[in-house]
Design a protein around this ligand. Structure first.
Ligand SMILES: Cc1cc2nc3c(=O)[nH]c(=O)nc-3n(C[C@H](O)[C@H](O)[C@H](O)COP(=O)(O)O)c2cc1C
Length: 363
């Protein structure tokens, strides 16, 4: 029944403008009576940065930007939800249209530009939660902030008490200059001040994990720097990665591919897996990685874990496959551990990282 409703809803959603469809999907999650997913197979349980995840499949940032439906998403069976990006002050983002589906490619291009209801609105929603499931918060700077680092510091201080973890997003391509914060000197200053801020509120909040989300478009020397700084500043993990500004030669929807913005979904999978594996070999097990980009099947989910991900996240795959994708992924992971007679997913993490980094660079 839930599958049938999901299929009908998806047909309806695909007939709409992508941004209207997304609003409708959020409202359906908000108001529709949802079936509660059963308890997860204990072999899917995953521990990372001090948190216990019932399963490793999360919702990526951008799906629930304003924290409207995290508990509904947990109820349908996700292991965790990352809300945001949230900016300190409300801001409208870029003018519409700013979200495009590449149906022939199962891809999405967005240039939303951190449309956010702002910290106060999201804080009130998070503070009112009663469910204890894992909800991380992805934070960003306001477009016109005089000191962008200060925006991240202020958000950490405000949200550490109510967020399971906080992600520093400096990898969105849609806020001019934001990705320059990935440069070594700026990144070092940013992480030093963010970790300081976390320590200042630790008495009140406990040790809120801080993750860094990077772009899949970093050069390898820049990735060397980013990982080195993340390690020396002792972040708790990295998310690899955000959308890409590149356009793979294989894209079929050439007209839509010309839209400015970040590309996600199936066309991102190979590049995202390569950057994840490159990150994994540099991190040397010091902290876990969250793998995101292009997962739209159980097979792709396992490949992501084997490339180096302890946890995974999905967004665009949900646009094309609906909520059925979640069960497909969980079933595929359980089938793998059963086949290989494993107790959990741990031995898969990074098993293919070395071989992925030896392949020709994905185009
Ligand atoms: C419409 C849309 C909005 C997004 N907004 C954000 C955001 O606010 N913050 C962020 O860190 N990532 C954002 N992302 C990126 C996703 O979190 C994810 O990193 C990327 O889409 C790759 O995963 P996917 O191929 O499964 O979609 C957004 C992606 C999409 C498609």
């Amino acid at each position: 029944m839930i599958g049938l409703l999901d299929r009908l809803a998806r047909r309806l959603l695909h007939a709409l403008d992508p941004e209207d469809a997304h609003r409708l999907a959020i409202n359906m999650l908000k108001f529709a009576p949802l079936l509660r997913a059963g308890t997860d197979d204990k072999r899917l349980a995953t521990r990372a940065f001090g948190l216990n995840f019932p399963n490793p499949v999360g919702v990526a940032a951008g799906f629930d930007k304003h924290g409207e439906v995290p508990d509904a998403l947990l109820r349908v069976g996700f292991g965790f939800v990352e809300i945001g990006t949230v900016t300190p002050l409300p801001q409208p983002g870029n003018p519409r249209p700013r979200l495009f589906r590449l149906d022939a490619d199962c891809g999405v291009i967005n240039r939303l530009g951190f449309n956010s209801e702002g910290a106060a609105a999201v804080l009130a929603r998070l503070a009112g939660r009663t469910n204890s499931g894992i909800v991380g918060l992805n934070i960003g700077a306001n477009k016109d902030a005089p000191d962008r680092i200060l925006d991240y510091v202020a958000l950490i201080e405000r949200f550490a008490p109510v967020a399971s973890y906080v992600t520093i997003n400096i990898s969105s391509p849609n806020t001019p200059g934001l990705r320059n914060m990935q440069q070594a000197a700026v990144l070092d200053d940013l992480l030093a001040r963010v970790i300081d801020a976390r320590e200042r509120v630790v008495q009140r909040s406990g040790p809120t994990p801080v993750l860094l989300k990077i772009a899949p478009d970093l050069s390898l020397p820049d990735l060397d720097d980013a990982v080195g700084i993340a390690r020396s500043r002792r972040v708790d993990g990295m998310i690899v990665g955000n959308t890409t500004v590149t356009r793979p030669a294989t894209l079929q929807d050439a007209a839509t591919a010309k839209e400015a913005g970040g590309l996600s979904g199936r066309p991102l999978l190979a590049l995202a897996n390569r950057m994840l594996a490159e990150t994994y070999v540099r991190v040397e097990g010091v902290f876990p990685l969250v793998g995101v980009g292009g997962i739209d099947s159980g097979e792709a989910a396992l490949a992501k874990i084997r490339a180096g991900a302890t946890l995974i996240q999905v967004y665009s795959g949900l646009v094309f496959r609906g909520l059925g994708l979640l069960d497909e992924i969980k079933n595929a992971l359980i089938a793998a551990v059963e086949h290989d007679q494993m107790d959990d997913l741990r031995d898969y993490v990074g098993a293919d990282a070395a071989s992925v980094t030896a392949e020709p660079w994905p185009r």
